[in-house]
Design a binder for this molecule. Structure first.
Ligand code: CTP
Ligand code: MG
Length: 232
């Protein structure tokens, strides 16, 4: 069984509010996407890392990626949604590399630059004998309120058994392809929810808050602090 990674990086970063898509913003002296690539390429288990870019991307080629040339494969096949980008990437990737039905694919957002090798290896170790797969996630820590249209609290919700999904999300290749082909018409924001729609129950693997997703400028500042602190 082989392991492949795929990084969807075809988004525009609209909530970040920058003209340059966030995956290319300079974070700890590198374009943000560099950090995810570095961590995934470092793993001995992962044989290829596919990068899914927007068809019109002109930014990627501005940088030197040769240090990763033994594993990286760049695909200009991004779609309108993240799910579409992943689905296109898996389809085009299969034309370029031999992927077997039961091989693992790890989908990881370019917007999660703080993933550590320890978290990545934990995910792979805990799922290697699994039939379905799973994802990194953290239990919800805050008290949850359901608000009404006037921002008045309607109720306090139990946080028991509630988790926040992160990436990487790791699935058998055939299962993820089927799930994404089946789910294209609905709004899904991660790979696990597509798999769930087929009736499977992906496993939650305990991660931590440092593997944050950079969505808003404040997240970007936090990611910068986390990465800088690790370098000291
Ligand atoms: N992504 C993608 N193709 C899309 C949309 C998103 O490959 N059509 C990627 C993003 O580049 C990112 C990951 O999916 O690495 C997570 O998406 P998100 O954080 O929402 O990034 P954006 O969609 O770029 O940001 P926004 O939603 O604020 O516009
Ligand atoms: Mg988005």
């Amino acid at each position: 069984t082989k392991y492949f990674a795929l990084i969807p990086a075809a988004g525009t970063g609209s909530r970040m509010g920058n003209e340059l898509p966030k995956q290319y913003l300079s974070l700890a002296h590198k374009p943000m996407i560099y950090h995810a690539i570095h961590t995934l390429c470092q793993s001995q288990w992962i044989s290829r890392v596919f990068i899914v870019l927007a068809p019109g991307d002109t930014e990627w080629a501005q940088y030197d990626w040769s240090e990763f040339s033994d594993k990286l494969m760049v695909l200009y096949c991004g779609g309108v949604t993240r799910a579409e980008s992943v689905r296109n990437g898996l389809a085009v990737g299969q034309e370029k590399a031999v992927i077997n039905e039961n091989d693992w694919v790890l989908i990881h957002d370019a917007a999660r630059p703080c993933l550590t090798t320890v978290q990545l290896e934990k995910l792979m170790n805990e799922l290697m004998n699994d039939k379905v797969g799973g994802l990194l996630a953290i239990p919800v820590a805050d008290t949850l309120k359901r608000g009404d249209i006037h921002n008045r609290i309607g109720s306090t919700e139990s946080r028991e058994n509630l988790w926040q999904a992160q990436t990487p999300q790791m699935f058998r290749y055939h299962l993820l392809i089927d799930a994404l082909n089946n789910a294209t018409t609905v709004n899904i924001t991660d790979d696990a929810s597509a798999v769930e729609r087929l009736g499977f129950h992906p496993k939650l693997i305990l991660s931590d808050v440092c593997n944050l997703k950079v969505t808003y400028p404040q997240d970007f500042a936090l990611a910068e602090l986390i990465l800088q602190e690790r370098k000291i």
